[in-house]
Design a protein around this ligand. Sequence first.
Ligand code: ZN
Length: 621
Amino acid sequence: MSENQRRVYPLAGDGEGAPASSESGVIRRRDFIRTGASGLAGAALAAAGCSRTSENQNAGPLGNLRSATPAELQGLVGDGRRRRIVLRGGVVLTLDARLGDFEKADVLIDGKTIAEIAPNISASDAEIVDCSGTIVMPGFVTTHHHMYETLQRSMIPDGLLQGAWPQESYNSVVQNIWTAGRIADPQNPSSFVWDLGRSPYDPEDCYISELVACLSEISEGITTGVDTSQSSHTPEHTDAMIKGLMDSGRRMVYAYTGGIDRSAQGIPYEFPGAMNDTSKGIGRIAKTYFSSKDQLVTLGFGGGPGVAAPGSDYTGWQLARAFGGSLHNHNVGGAAVVINAAADPRNGSDWSDVTFIHCTRWQDQPIAQISYGSHGYPKENRSKAWEIWRDRGAHVSIANLIEMQMRHGMPPFQEALDHGILPSLSPDVDTNMTTDPFSLMLSLMRGAFCLQRALANDLAFPESNPGGLPVPQLLTSRQVIEMATIAGAASTRLLDKIGTLVPGKEADIIVLDARSINTWPINNVPGTIVTMLNPRHVRDVLIAGKVVFWKGKLVGWNVDALLGQIEQARDRLLARINGPAKAGSLPAGNNSMTNPYRANFLGSCCEKGQNTSAPAYVLRP
Ligand SMILES: [Zn+2]
């Protein structure tokens, strides 16, 4: 699209105060230049001290965000050309049943793909990377993340999903103020007490948020994600988000979703597009960006199993499938959506390209969420929706931290397990929680592990189990790792390329440094990953054979400039929110600062009005 080519990213504030990359803690690709037979380790150390700023550094659309020029990236280790790398002597967790795992082995990477996994590979023409003391495993895959919100990180850490302004919630703060730029009148939802006349986001703000989100997750070992941004306010917003994903070098599904439709005000709006139409919506982006399957960013779609748009005679799923997109739908308490989708023959019967996100509260009748199988208390536990999901081969993405924190309902691990479905995991929204796959007590893997076990373990005590339910089988560390790798790869339809380490698959690999003061010695490998490690132990990350994170640093990125850019984007949004409105003015919230509005910085975002029936806690230390 010529329109897209006109866009230049990033825009405002470029190039000021960015320190040299060695000071900003980033390894430049030039550090990988092989200086001779001594190989990579010596070269990286030798080059680390000479990270001069190239005269060409600010050329090109990425401006000063890159710490090395494209020319400097040629001929380096893992640049995607036909170069070979051996990851030598780590514990290798392939997660492949036939190949098995290795207490100590080498992984030979040839260009984009894994060539061989075995002990003591001899490859004299390859770069050798010493992996002793590490765990080498597939990169993590998460399956649902609203990446345009990364500039709103921890905006409402105490907030719930629902709640109308002046209560501060995800709906009122993140969706209404920061995304839509308007707040509806509770008495008359079609009119607005405050309306900016536009989203506070410009396309460039979406771009930097998506880019930082991707690089952040690369640094945490999550090599693949699904962007479900719900921020396609105009075609240019959509283009900017896709560009942010593509520029990051991360493997992604872009799950195209709607935004705020202001076409009545003359602002162009194209979601969802139409069948056989490549001039707008999904057809336009499929043609413009996703004509090849052999690329890191692929197409998904957020439209559902009902009619694609008012008046159309096909469903959202049919529309996505016509353009080769996988399906990624939110479903919070919507068992009826599943049942209705199954009743509509247009949606087919093979749902292996469908992932539903959350899948909470799908039980047929009110029942406590500690039940399992057909057992339940106080009633029988059955779910038509889960049975349909199992029978049609569909996938489940559980955002366990967010569901627990924001009142989506109990994360449905037990229901998924009881129906033979290995769910994948998703971080959902940075406004409320980290994307970190392992750290903190309630992180994705650890949270999934502990939640299922907590509920099941509580049934072991008669005083907690008056109905006498049998105790479900407990999740293992290894099963949780499979949720964070294999299940995500299946959900994104990438299991033939990633998710396990097998010769012929693409080399999306993480090297976890387990030889550290707070993790060593390893006595059990899956347990070390799930119960011991955190992102600081992510040492190296490769995506399609390319080294994108090396010795704890992003490769080729100026992190300080990225942080400056995302901070400036946040400030631009805040200035617009506080600027002239098309209608009304922003009323004071229960907890935020007003005149000018900004989020509560030091106190709680959301303490007043969340629960009007229970008294506040009066606590003593
Ligand atoms: Zn979501």
